[in-house]
Design a protein around this ligand. Structure first.
Ligand SMILES: *Cc1c(COP(=O)(O)O)cnc(C)c1O
Length: 390
């Protein structure tokens, strides 16, 4: 292959470009009609009641932590195998990040490890859990909800990898990732490498009206211009003018632009087809690597995996990474365990704390996975991996 094959790549069509150009010719560049159109369409795709568009996935996580009341000393549990933003959001609010190990069968936060951790402490010690649908594999939120309810914890689902993913619980009920049926809040990212590209962008989804209203205010500085939400009259002005608005608490400017919303919304129209293509690519990898030293995670029948990533686990991961680079295949590693990052090491986390996560990291490699990967390119990737593993 002459052109390098990345592990992920956005897909921009003429329709996408036209949608953005139309915004540029119109009156609104930011916070115009495409924001609410994107929010409505996204909520309908995900199957939740409310959606709040924000500047990026990390901003979404930050605002969620604020809305959930994370503050100095609030203790929150997450997985070490995730992008560091899943943990950093707690730190932005002054909270303490605690980790629990992953389940090697799924590479997801291990509910038994979380249960053990929670039960070692008095009630109220921990406040919440940030489970991550890592690689696109939906976390069993039915089980996490039960645990969270028993201990008074909230759940913030990091669904950046899993738009369109779902699972069927033991009662036969389907839950789409981020649909608000089990988590208090969920977040998505529209970074170009994710399912839906907006350049930068994020979305918060929920079924909780109070959290929704709070998040809408936090997104624009903590200001409201809705008369029903006003608290104090301006001193000496018995009647409020039409210009009146209130800064009610300290928020941020985490708005998405209308250009990005138009791009995201245009991409969303193809989301179902792009997800199906990801799943077809995964099936072909699954079949090719079955019974070989390239170990893969194949989900059970009740799980519909969204395949942001397709990961193989091998003994000589660095060898495979380097070999694939010589073949112009730009495989990547997801993720270096968050607890071993220098920033988190200062809190006392150390090698050996989470053996399953550390073993997973030592073996994992993300192969090319994006809807426009051609059959020919995939065959070349498969042949190269198998040649190395022989
Ligand atoms: C991409 C990602 C984020 C952050 O999203 P940005 O839009 O890049 O800020 C958070 N969590 C996970 C798991 C991600 O993959």
């Amino acid at each position: 292959m002459n052109q390098p094959i990345p592990y992920g790549r956005q897909h921009i069509t003429d329709e996408d470009i036209a949608a953005v150009a139309e915004v540029l010719r119109g009156p609104f560049l930011t916070q115009g009609p495409h924001i609410s159109a994107f929010e409505t369409a996204f909520a309908s795709y995900i199957g939740c009641q409310y959606a709040v568009a924000v500047a990026n996935g990390t901003a979404a996580l930050h605002l969620c932590c604020m809305a959930l009341g994370v503050t100095e000393g609030t203790r929150v549990i997450t997985t070490p195998i995730t992008f560091s933003a899943s943990a950093n959001c707690v730190r932005y609010c002054g909270g303490e990040v605690h980790f629990a190990d992953i389940d090697p069968e799924t590479a997801l936060l291990d509910i038994n490890a979380v249960r053990t951790l929670v039960e070692q402490h008095p009630k109220g010690y921990f406040s919440g859990i940030v489970p991550v649908d890592f690689a696109g594999y939906p976390v069993d939120l039915a089980a996490f909800r039960e645990l969270a309810d028993a201990h008074g914890l909230w759940i913030l689902e990091d669904s950046c990898h899993s738009p369109g993913g779902s699972f069927t619980d033991s009662q036969g009920v389907d839950h789409r990732c981020g649909d608000g049926s089990l988590a208090d809040l969920a977040i998505f990212s529209f970074h170009p490498v994710k399912h839906i590209a907006a350049g930068e962008g994020g979305m918060i989804t929920t079924n909780d009206e109070a959290l929704y209203k709070h998040l809408m205010r936090l997104r624009t500085h903590g200001i409201t211009n809705k008369p029903g939400e006003f608290t104090e009259p301006y001193p000496g002005e018995p009647e409020r003018g039409g210009w009146y608005m209130e800064l009610q608490e300290l928020g941020y400017n985490y708005r998405l632009t209308d250009m990005q919303a138009a791009l995201g919304n245009s991409q969303l129209a193809r989301a179902e087809a792009m997800l199906a293509r990801r799943q077809a690519i995964a099936k072909r990898y699954d079949d090719a690597f079955a019974g070989t030293p390239a170990v893969t995670i194949v989900p059970p029948d009740n799980v519909s995996h969204a395949y942001h990533l397709y990961v193989v686990q091998v003994d000589d991961r660095k060898g495979l990474y380097d070999f694939l680079r010589t073949r112009n295949i730009m495989a990547q590693v997801h993720y270096i365990p968050v607890h071993l990052m220098p920033y988190y090491r200062q809190f006392g986390w150390k090698p050996g704390d989470f053996p399953n996560a550390e073993r997973y990291y030592a073996r994992c490699l993300s192969l090319p996975m994006f809807p426009t990967l051609t059959d020919e390119e995939q065959a070349y990737v498969i042949a190269s991996v198998l040649e190395f593993c022989r």
